[in-house]
Design a protein. Structure first.
Length: 241
């Protein structure tokens, strides 16, 4: 593919100012995240036990939220009918029973959760396990904001590198990750259970180098210029991520 044609330089203009902010996952978010995950990953099984993840010492989650309550149809419907006995038993064993059957309560704290990123801390590696964005809020800078926050959090906790898996067919995600210094380091055959698709393993170089940290600051500035500067709170008031 050839280089794009060059045009006269112009001042960058934000495409759309977004009222999103980032903060750590809290237990009050569990029902919203369960609904969001069903919307973002309808093929995923079993569902993520967000309540358990919120209490885990090795898991770190950030959520993207907007302050205004959404329209009535913005959240995916949450199932309320009685589940089959076998599925209720499995959900109970997985620790996800409550989050699958309780309604997603936005009004309780006035924050509409529109995306999340989950990272597992493994020795000196930050492994990004999932980045999910509500389908009604894609192409608005939310996914990149979540990735940026996850990398800043990994740096704060002294992780040497960051890694993740991505579908082989998901070129848009691969391009975003490459922008943040991830490169293909391997492959996992038939990694995705829904269709047997292979996963590419992508990893960064050292996060602690001055060059990478300068790159991350430049990307954060570019995101702010395009979407508007928004708060990124990486740790809870108690200091836990």
């Amino acid at each position: 593919m050839g280089l794009p044609r060059m045009t006269a330089p112009s001042s960058p203009q934000p495409r759309q100012q977004s009222d999103f902010a980032l903060r750590p996952l809290e237990l009050r978010d569990v029902q919203q995240l369960a609904a969001l995950e069903r919307d973002a990953f309808p093929e995923l099984w079993p569902p993520t036990a967000f309540g358990r993840e919120a209490k885990s010492a090795s898991a770190r989650y950030l959520v993207a939220w907007e302050p205004a309550p959404p329209p009535a149809d913005a959240l995916p419907p949450t199932p309320t009918k009685r589940l089959p006995l076998w599925k209720r038993g499995l959900y109970w064993l997985l620790g996800v029973a409550d989050q699958q059957t309780a309604p997603a309560n936005v009004a309780a704290h006035g924050q509409h959760v529109v995306g999340y990123v989950g990272t597992w801390s493994m020795t000196d590696e930050a492994h990004i396990i999932s980045v999910g964005v509500l389908s009604t809020h894609r192409r608005r800078g939310v996914g990149e904001l979540l990735l940026l926050g996850a990398l800043e959090l990994a740096l704060r906790h002294g992780s040497r590198v960051a890694t993740l898996e991505v579908r082989e067919s998901n070129r848009a995600a691969q391009n975003l990750y490459a922008k943040y210094g991830f490169a293909v380091a391997g492959q996992r055959k038939r990694y995705y259970a829904d269709n047997g698709e292979d996963a590419l393993i992508m990893t960064t170089g050292s996060l602690s180098t001055p060059e990478y940290q300068q790159r991350l600051r430049a990307l954060a500035h570019a995101h702010d210029e395009r979407w508007g500067a928004r708060p990124r709170v990486l740790t809870s008031p108690s200091g836990a991520a």
